[in-house]
Each structure stands twice: as C-alpha cells, then as structure tokens.
Design a protein around this ligand. Structure first.
Ligand SMILES: [Zn+2]
Length: 392
C-alpha cells in the first residue's frame, strides 16, 4: 500500500464525513453537553470496526475508540474536540475535527497491512473551550496508552502548525474590607477595591521585570458597589501565561506576594483560588515536519510556516506528557472571519470548511502511516521530545 490508498479511502468516505460535520455544526452543543456529537462520531467508528467506549475519563461525552493491527508497534493517538461556544455556535470550527479524525482512523484501518503492527486510538475530548476536558481526562488516566497525539483544528488564514502553546494559570481573588459611609465615616472603612487596584498596579510594575513571553491579564468581577460606601468586597480574575511552565511558577510566586502586599497596605484580607492549570506544549519539530510534508503532499490551501505566537489549549497538557502536534487547516477561503465570532460560525458548512475536513483527514492518515511504516520517525520524535522537555 501507499499513501494514495489512504487518500482514496478518505475520499470514499467524503459524503459521510461532510454530513457528520454539517450535523455537528447545525446542532451546536456546549462543553460537557456534546451528547449528539460524541454519540455520532463514536457510533460511526463502531460501525466501521473500532472498539468503542463512550463516557470515559470522568466525562459523559468523552469517548475512546481503538483498532489493533496485530501485536506490538506504535500506538497512535488521534484526538478530536466537538464543543461549541455558548451563544455563538461552532465559531472555533470544532465541528470539523471529529469527521476529519474518524475519516483518518478508518482509512488507516482499511489499508494498513498486517506487516505493520500498530494501534490506532481515537479520543473524543469534550469541553475544550470551558472546562479543559483533556486535563480532566488526563487526571483520570487517559492518554497513557498512546505514544503520540495528533489533532487538527480549523484555521483562519493559513494551514500550518504551532511551534508551541502557552502555559496558563487562572486565579480568582477576593478581597474583604470594612464597609462604612464614604462621606460621613470614611476613616472607619477599609476598601477591598483599593486592595484590588493596588494589586493591579503592582502587576503593571512587575510587567517590566518578567521575560518577554509572559502575559498577565486581569478583569474585575466585583468592583464593590455602591460608590458612596467604602467597598467591603471586591473580586477579580487574574490570568498569567508563558511558554515555560517552570518559569511561570516563579511569576506566580511573585504574584502571590503582590496579593499579600495589597492586603497589608489596605488592612484588608483576601482569598485566592487557583483553577486547573493549562500546560505549555513541548515543541516536537520532527512531528510538525511530518505533518507539514503531508500538507504539501495533499496540496492543502495557504501553507505557512509554523506559528510563533499562540494562545493556550488543554491539548498543551497532553503535549506536555506525550509528544504531540496539531495541524491547523485553512478553512475560511477568501472571507476570513475572526475565530470565536458568529461570522466564523456562519461559515461552518462552506466549501472551504468541507475541504478542510478532507485535507485534515488525509494529512493525519498519511502522518500516522509515516510513523507506523518507519519506526525511526517515532524514535526521532521521542528523542526530541525528551530533550525539549528538560528545557521546559
Ligand atoms: Zn478551538
């Protein structure tokens, strides 16, 4: 067999894959409520010979599907998301991922010869946008059974890979002060809002003394109404990011000192809650290169160099533990729409979106074939991952 057999196998499924993409697009489900999408995708895999389990990793709408080709060989993980954005629909193109992934999985199953033992494991991963479903799945033991993880994502503008993604930590901070009449007895009040504002100012001063890639954002969730009383309560969310989790922990230590200092200065008290952390991905240039070679092979649209500037994703947590990469496939043709917008959601069933499913499916199938057919590829990927991990 060769890669053309895989491409033919994807083309043969085209109608099914596009129909699934349109159905998920027309039935947008937010994180942890993706019952229709997870049932549709896992059922298609089951009907095509995969052993399927729905409701895994502590999440009702997560699934795992496996096909074993003999004994031994590499275990290839193919991950997909299918959650929509509340009030927007599929403005991030997650409806394209499942069809692309299952198309690749079935093309591999129907073509890989017995002489190439391997395991193909498909993971349906809910709630990327809201809960970080992959982090919960990791906590519950998922992804330990794969040697590498691949994904696809829609892209506004270009087909390419991310060089890396950012580690992120979120903190919910609440200050408590003493309320008092703002005009008659201001001296008796201690302002929780003052504490918050001092903390924000200190973050601004810290901004000068952190590495270039550190990002710090904040928003007030409770500003302490009304203004004619000294605010006894104020709350905020603070987010910090960096490409390097180890370095980010140092910034977080300093952030905790800032929160402490603001309380001390204002005679207030505070509580801080840390949400689930997102990790940075470990860059694996060798896997990125295989994906990009196959993107060129199938003539994917608007091929571009790896993206330097990226955000954060729960796929980063998977790629912190296991070598992984995501191929982003241009899906918006000549009418770019910003991701997470209603305009992007409205393009979910366009010709370009349909084409992106087929391109992604072929790229992923061909890259899995590269790994299964040439063990030295996985050796190089592992070596690179291990040495990069030491640096991050
Ligand atoms: Zn997304």
């Amino acid at each position: 067999m060769n890669k053309n057999d895989l491409f033919d196998a994807v083309d043969k499924q085209k109608n099914d894959l596009l129909r699934m993409g349109d159905y998920i697009c027309d039935n947008p489900e937010i994180g942890l409520k993706e019952y229709k999408a997870s049932a549709l995708l896992s059922e298609y895999l089951r009907q095509n010979g995969y052993e399927t389990q729905l409701g895994i990793g502590g999440l009702d709408t997560a699934f795992r599907a496996e096909w074993k080709n003999g004994d031994g060989g590499p275990s290839i993980g193919l991950l997909c998301e299918y959650d929509a954005l509340e009030g927007i629909g599929h403005g991030c193109g997650h409806h394209l991922q499942g069809p692309a992934i299952v198309g690749a999985a079935i093309a591999l199953k129907n073509n890989l010869p017995r002489s190439m033992p391997c395991r193909i494991v498909v993971y349906g991963t809910p709630a990327e946008e809201t809960e970080g479903g992959k982090i919960i799945m990791l906590e519950n033991g998922c992804f330990k059974d794969i040697d590498l993880a691949m994904m696809t994502h829609a892209s506004s503008g270009a087909t390419g890979v991310d060089l890396r993604t950012m580690a992120l930590s979120t903190f919910s901070v609440e200050y408590k002060g003493q309320s008092s009449h703002a005009a008659i007895r201001p001296e008796c009040g201690r302002s929780a809002l003052d504490a918050l504002i001092l903390a924000f100012n200190a973050i601004e001063f810290m901004r000068e003394h952190v590495a270039d890639d550190v990002r710090m954002h904040y928003a007030i969730t409770d500003g302490g109404m009304p203004p004619n009383a000294v605010p006894a309560h104020a709350a905020a969310q603070i987010i910090v990011r960096s490409y390097d989790r180890v370095m980010l922990e140092n910034v977080i230590e300093r952030l905790m000192k800032i929160l402490d200092g603001a309380a001390l200065m204002t005679e207030t008290t505070y509580t801080v809650k840390r949400a689930r952390d997102i990790d940075n991905s470990i860059p694996v240039p060798e896997l990125n290169a295989l994906l990009m070679n196959n993107a060129e092979l199938v003539n994917a649209p608007k091929i571009a160099p790896p993206r330097e500037k990226t955000g954060s994703t729960d796929f980063g947590n998977v790629c912190y533990c296991t070598p992984g990469a995501c191929i982003r496939v241009a899906s918006d043709g000549d009418h770019p729409a910003p991701s997470h917008s209603k305009e992007a959601a409205a393009q979910g069933k366009s010709e370009e979106s349909h084409a992106a499913i087929i391109y992604a499916s072929k790229i992923l199938a061909a890259t899995a074939y590269d790994i299964v057919s040439s063990p030295e590829n996985l050796d190089a990927i592992r070596k690179s991952f291990n040495s990069m991990k030491e640096k991050h």
